[in-house]
Design a protein around this ligand. Structure first.
Ligand code: NAP
Ligand code: F7E
Length: 341
């Protein structure tokens, strides 16, 4: 039986990947911070093949002990300070966790002599492309990171490539474009919007405040992206792959569709910080811009090209942009109604 270790098991992707690997018969081990407050850990699948270990990516000794004990066939590194806006407030912590944390895992594999035994997946990000000059972005597009998060992930990306080339570790980077789900935290714009649309439609909230409505992102569903992670480690050779939906949509467009799913039609009026989303039926202002959500430097256009992953891994996305929004809004309305009752 194959053994996998997932760091960041309590996060959005950790949950979907755990389900996938258990369904494939793996023994799944998760690294969890002792202080984790994630609700996802309580809703982990009940399985006698699932084991949780306390540990931190900032603490080499916990990594060493856990990896030595499990001797995993595959490590999926999903743990990170994954919030771009927060990385401007905590740049040093973000670097320690998102950059040096990856080095700590790779060094543990090397020091324990597991180079030939343990395959490694790194959750790399489209944020590496940042201030893009060409679209769509693929594996050959130059990097121009625009936040402390993206710059930490840039180190993580290249140290993964380096340990593959220097020590022959089967190490892959998944250059993941934005992916969301019913488990996404509300600190990210998609879930903030779907939860607010659901609350507003049920009379539980008055208004939604957003930042940059013009940012264009390439959004997919986490279930599809975690399948790509698994496929990368089953490939014959280790490599790096862009995983994306191949479509780009603005935050404004996401909000319009989410409100429509909740039964509210929005029309947009005004410009810049004066732009407002107005309910066409009631004339009520439901969405406003608050500059406190602007970032010191922004990534305005993301559009991925996953043809390499489609060709080599046989990967394809199943959940469309519309379906993603439909699933998130439906989930949020149903769970709020349940709470209310
Ligand atoms: P997420 O929901 O924020 O999950 C992050 C995970 O990391 C959580 O389980 C968190 O645990 C854990 N973690 C945080 N600090 C830690 C530490 N010091 N030691 C060990 N674990 C720690 O992120 P996600 O959306 O699932 O993303 C998974 C990975 O993909 C991340 O590396 C992210 O940067 C990357 N990525 C995500 C996207 C996307 O659109 N979702 C796109 C590109 C790349 P707690 O429960 O303790 O907080
Ligand atoms: O922002 C804009 C914001 O925080 C998306 C992480 O998973 O994907 C994620 O990072 C866009 C940005 O995600 C609000 O300025 C407008 O342009 O949902 P987000 P992100 O920064 O793209 C990448 C690929 C990762 O690697 C990360 O780990 O939406 N935006 N108004 C807002 N964003 C937030 N959070 N809140 C707002 O009110």
């Amino acid at each position: 039986m194959k053994k996998a270790l997932i760091t960041g098991i309590t996060g959005q992707d950790g949950k979907y990947l755990t389900r996938l690997l258990l369904s494939k018969g793996y023994e799944v081990h998760g690294l969890k911070r002792r202080t984790s407050t994630s609700v996802n850990v309580d809703s982990m699948p009940e399985s006698e093949k699932l084991f949780i270990h306390n540990g931190e990516l900032t603490d080499s000794s916990s990594l060493m002990q856990t990896i030595q004990k499990i001797q995993p066939d595959e490590i999926y590194n999903l743990a990170a300070q994954s919030n771009v806006a927060m990385s401007f407030e905590m740049p040093e912590y973000t670097a320690d966790l998102d950059a040096v944390g990856v080095l700590r895992i790779l060094e543990t594999i090397r020091i324990l002599g597991l180079e030939k035994h343990t395959k490694f997946f790194q959750a790399s990000t489209c944020e590496l492309f940042g201030n893009v000059k060409t679209s769509p972005q693929n594996e050959s597009t130059p990097f121009y990171p625009r936040s402390p998060y993206a710059i930490a992930k840039l180190y993580a990306h290249w140290i993964t490539v380096n340990y593959r080339e220097a020590y022959n570790i089967f190490a892959c980077n998944g250059i993941l474009f934005n992916h969301e789900s019913e488990l996404r935290s509300e600190s990210f714009v998609t879930r903030k919007i779907t939860m607010s649309a659901a609350r507003i439609s049920l009379g539980l909230q008055d208004k939604l405040f957003l930042g940059n409505l013009n940012a264009n992102k390439d959004w997919g569903h986490s279930e599809d992206y975690t399948e790509a992670m698994y496929l990368m480690l089953q490939n014959d050779t280790p490599d790096d792959f862009v995983i994306s939906s191949g479509e780009t949509h603005s935050v404004r467009e996401f909000a319009s569709l989410a409100f429509r799913e909740a039964g509210i039609n929005l029309e947009w009026s005004g410009e810049g910080i004066n732009e407002k989303g107005i309910d066409t039926d009631t004339g009520r202002i439901l969405v406003e811009v608050d500059p406190k959500f602007f970032r010191p430097s922004e990534v305005n256009l993301m559009l991925g090209d996953s043809s390499k992953a489609e060709r080599i891994l046989g990967w394809k996305r199943h959940v469309t942009f519309r379906e993603l929004i439909r699933r998130m809004v439906k989930h949020d309305i149903e769970s709020l109604k349940e709470e209310k009752n």
